[in-house]
Design a binder for this molecule. Structure first.
Ligand SMILES: [Mg+2]
Length: 281
């Protein structure tokens, strides 16, 4: 494990010590599951479900905090099965979907979600014309219920297409009182006022956490990083983990620890669980 900041190793040790009263928040795509061209074809890392069981048994709270709809994340991650095992241990897994707008837990097994933002339907109706005008008809439009994701990953030049679309999509989103969240070859359009930072703050408050570990890979995770920084300033033991990729480097300099994609995240979490278990016996 390579710690980026000199204080990183100390932070890791402090978090291991506070683990029983700490929250572990994990992004999904690019962190627990490898990014693939078609988001519907994504699969969680094969070792992740069993590791989530061990993690949720060792720390205070484990939550997956994702841009995906909660129901989709639960299906993709096999979290019903993870929850079944955890129920036997009197533990649970939480899922914050659509950047925290939706919530699911393996105890309650139902998604709590707000209504779709009022401008979304009219925004969607104007998308085909916008894509035609921008010469980006091949962009993949993923309707998510509370928002919409415009993917350029399958286009011939994804980065160029993304920058070509960013302006017009933002203008249209503004007009319908929606916000644009850029990501790895994707523009997510959704209601303003909810981000992963809110999920972090809510988790820390409801569990009276003494520590918080967050791992992510993309721009949408920066709000969570900000919230964890606030918790650090308030005296909590914290650790920021970056799942690296060739596509995005914004989190690297903010992280305490960088690991190589989902494989690296899994390897790191395995070591973390084993260190937590070792100090508790
Ligand atoms: Mg991600």
């Amino acid at each position: 494990m390579e710690f980026i900041s000199p204080a990183g190793h100390q932070r890791y040790t402090a978090l291991v010590r506070a683990a029983a009263r700490s929250v572990v928040g994990l992004d999904m795509d690019g962190t627990l599951s490898p990014i693939v061209d078609d988001p519907a074809q994504a699969r969680i890392h094969p070792d992740a479900p069993a590791l989530l069981v061990e993690l949720a048994s060792a720390v205070g709270t484990v939550a997956v905090i994702t841009g995906r709809p909660a129901r989709q994340a639960v299906a993709l991650g096999g979290f019903d099965a993870v929850g079944d095992v955890l129920a036997g241990r009197d533990r649970e897994l939480q899922v914050f979907g659509q950047y925290g707008a939706e919530r699911w837990s393996s105890t309650a097994r139902r998604v709590i979600a707000p209504r779709p933002p009022s401008g979304l339907a009219s925004f969607l109706a104007e998308i085909p014309a916008l894509l035609r005008t921008a010469g980006a008809q091949e962009a993949f439009v993923e309707e998510k219920g509370l928002g919409v994701a415009l993917h350029t990953r399958r286009m011939s030049d994804p980065a160029e297409a993304l920058s070509r679309l960013a302006g017009p999509v933002t203008t249209l989103a503004d007009r319908h009182h929606l916000v644009v969240e850029p990501g790895r070859n994707v523009l997510e359009v959704r209601a303003p006022g909810v981000d992963k930072g809110d999920a972090v703050r809510s988790l820390a408050a409801t569990s009276a956490a003494e520590g918080f570990l967050f791992a992510g890979d993309d721009l949408g995770d920066l709000a969570a990083y900000d919230a964890v920084d606030e918790l650090r300033a308030a005296g909590l033991a914290t650790l920021l983990v970056c799942s690296t990729s060739a596509e995005q480097s914004a989190l690297r300099e903010r992280a305490d620890l960088c690991v190589a994609g989902p494989d690296g995240v899994i390897e790191f979490l395995r070591r973390f669980v084993s260190d937590v278990v070792a100090q508790s016996v």
